[in-house]
Design a binder for this molecule. Structure first.
Ligand code: ADP
Length: 312
């Protein structure tokens, strides 16, 4: 069974689309490998799989092996750099035209999700991150049911719930937290994405929207608040053009100075840097924020693992 070599499964959920669920999945995956863990990402967002684009591997081909698919390698392990390997499987790889959203009806979606969980040949993985569709749709319910049936007790570590300062005001994210409670999936914590703005011109990180709502909501639901992630246009430049993030002089995010030597931000146009995404990401102002979030999630999972046997 494809999940048998996976130690921990983490779901990434959001109440609605566009809040940065795939970006958070991507950055959790990169941060985990930077801490030396072996990581897989399974993209079951059939409504618009964006994981291949995030990792810049849209043209990759998955290999069909007897009884399943082999995931695509984003980077191999590099013991000398303390880097773990990263592999991806996305429905996006199987679509005839990239960017096509899947319009299958419920039963076909359910079958696909099931197949995704059981028919991908993952090697030994410390963490499998599952990027789910937004909301609490058919796919979620099917995914939760299948996971709980197929996984070993304790293998599903829980869910990271992504929201934005604006989305907190809506009922969507609360629905997501209630969904976790109903399906028995533990909430590892809430990330408030797009909370503030790292300005590419003035080196200030400003709160353009109200921020802090995610923390209040987490407290209301008695779940952990993992942190605030600002909008960083250089993260977009990295994803869209493959260029290493660069910041003006005096850019300090979360107490860390990110100014580049010549003080100029990277812009579109020139060719991409050939370095691995994971190494370029280390220059992004969001990297230390995700290093902290990831460390918190790992510590929580490991602490729980050491507790005398409990369900879930
Ligand atoms: P979702 O998976 O929730 O639909 P995405 O992760 O695809 O959302 O994010 C939507 C868009 O916003 C993407 O283009 C993504 O790169 C961008 N984005 C998300 N979070 C940030 C951030 N913190 N800083 C800059 N851009 C971001």
């Amino acid at each position: 069974m494809s999940l048998s070599k996976v130690k921990h499964i983490v779901l990434v959920l959001s109440g609605k689309g566009g809040v940065g669920k795939s970006s958070v999945t991507t950055q959790l995956a990169l941060s985990l490998t930077l801490k030396g863990h072996s990581v897989g990402v399974l993209d079951v967002d059939l409504t618009g799989p964006s994981i291949p684009r995030m990792f810049g591997i849209e043209d990759a081909k998955v290999t069909q092996a007897p009884g399943g698919w082999l995931p695509v390698t984003v980077h191999e392990a590099d013991a000398s750099a303390g880097l773990g390997p990263l592999r991806i499987m996305s429905l996006g790889f199987l679509l005839p035209r990239r960017g096509d959203a899947v319009v299958w009806r419920g039963p076909k979606k359910t079958a696909m999700v099931r197949q995704f969980l059981t028919d991908v040949f993952w090697d030994e993985l410390d963490y499998l991150l599952i990027d789910t569709p937004p909301g609490t749709s058919d796919e979620h319910i099917s995914l939760a049911e299948t996971l709980l049936q197929k996984a070993r007790p304790g293998q599903v570590a829980g869910a990271v719930v992504v929201t934005t300062p604006q989305a907190v005001a809506t009922a969507d994210v609360r629905k997501e937290l209630n969904f976790c409670a109903k399906t028995g999936i533990r909430v590892l914590g809430v990330v408030e994405n797009m909370s503030g703005f790292v300005c590419p011109n003035c080196s200030e990180c400003t709160n353009i929207f109200m921020s802090g709502g995610g923390e209040v909501m987490a407290r209301d639901f008695n779940v952990r608040f993992l942190g605030r992630v600002p909008i960083d246009p250089q993260f977009l430049v990295l994803i869209e053009t493959g260029k290493t993030p660069r910041y003006p002089k005096g850019t300090v995010v979360d107490g860390q100075d990110f100014s580049s030597a010549d003080g100029a931000p990277a812009e579109g146009g020139e060719s991409r840097d050939s370095a691995l995404l994971v190494h370029k990401y280390k220059s992004c102002s969001l990297a230390p924020i995700f290093a902290t979030i990831t460390a918190d999630v790992i510590a929580d999972i490991e602490r729980r693992q050491q507790m005398p046997s409990r369900k879930g």
